[in-house]
Design a binder for this molecule. Structure first.
Ligand code: PEP
Length: 255
């Protein structure tokens, strides 16, 4: 049996889906099911245009609300971007950094990651720092090397005392939105590697960092993933868009 020292963290990433009314309905339903949040942390990462409304509905509950991306400066000539302080102003308490869709579709570069992670921490936004390898990288046996490089650069400005605010999501690029999930062995290996890397980077504070898996998580694989000692939570895309699929993931241990 898994003996947990870190609170399980189940996060839904809506990406560019849903509309205002369906978003609010979903938040109301989930809010009504998560109790006092003492045994697990649940959060939604929301299109920024809906953040204020979603935060208002979530208010008074333990449901976390976050942005899907942000820039690292507080103001300036950055058309189309969002400052960390703006996310906070509309009720976000967390943010995704380095999601693979940002890295690959929108060509976000590695050098931005340490600045974004630092800016999130400085703005009191809890980051989920996303890393993952492509299929080409995995097939070339470069997975560990690629992930360590992403960790090295992302954590460049992180101090040991910041560690407990940060979560890491391991999301193999080839498993996101494809219906293909990494095997339990692959997930276990990578998560153990990340934990070991963290000890080298932040010492004992490594114990406080939650490591989530993401990539085609569904109600029927959530329980097995969460049964791994190395998995502290799940980052869920498609299956977080409906209560019928997200609730059984949140309640993975009841299934
Ligand atoms: C994601 O958006 O981070 C994700 C893992 O998506 P999906 O669950 O749809 O693969």
């Amino acid at each position: 049996m898994t003996v947990r020292t870190r609170k399980p963290y189940i996060a839904g990433n809506w990406k560019m889906n849903l509309d205002r009314s369906r978003s609010l309905d979903l938040v109301k339903t989930v809010k009504g099911r998560i109790g006092d949040g003492s045994d697990r942390e649940v959060a939604f990462f929301v299109p920024s245009i809906y953040l204020a409304d979603v935060s208002a509905v979530a208010q008074g509950s333990p449901l976390g609300v976050g942005g899907q991306n942000m820039w690292y400066e507080d103001d300036g000539a950055c058309t189309g971007e969002l400052a960390p302080r703006m996310l906070r102003e509309v009720g976000a308490d967390r943010v995704l950094i380095g999601h693979s869709e940002r890295r690959h579709i929108f060509r976000e570069v590695e050098e931005w990651m340490p600045r974004k992670l630092r800016a999130a921490l400085d703005a009191d936004l809890q980051p989920i720092f996303c890393i993952g390898e492509t299929l080409t990288e995995r097939n070339a046996n470069r997975t560990d090397r690629v992930l360590k490089k992403q960790l090295e650069s992302g954590f460049d400005r992180v101090k040991p005392e910041d560690a407990h605010h940060i979560s890491i999501a391991y999301e193999p690029v080839w498993a996101i939105g494809t219906g293909e999930t990494a095997t339990l062995e692959q997930v276990d290996h990578v998560h153990a590697m990340i934990r070991k890397w963290l000890f080298g980077k932040v010492g004992g504070e490594a114990e406080t960092v939650r490591i989530l898996y993401g990539g085609s998580v569904k109600p029927d694989n959530a329980k097995a993933l969460m049964a791994l000692d190395t998995v502290d939570g799940l980052l869920v895309g498609g299956a977080s868009l409906q209560a019928e699929t997200f609730l059984p993931i949140i309640e993975y241990d009841a299934n």
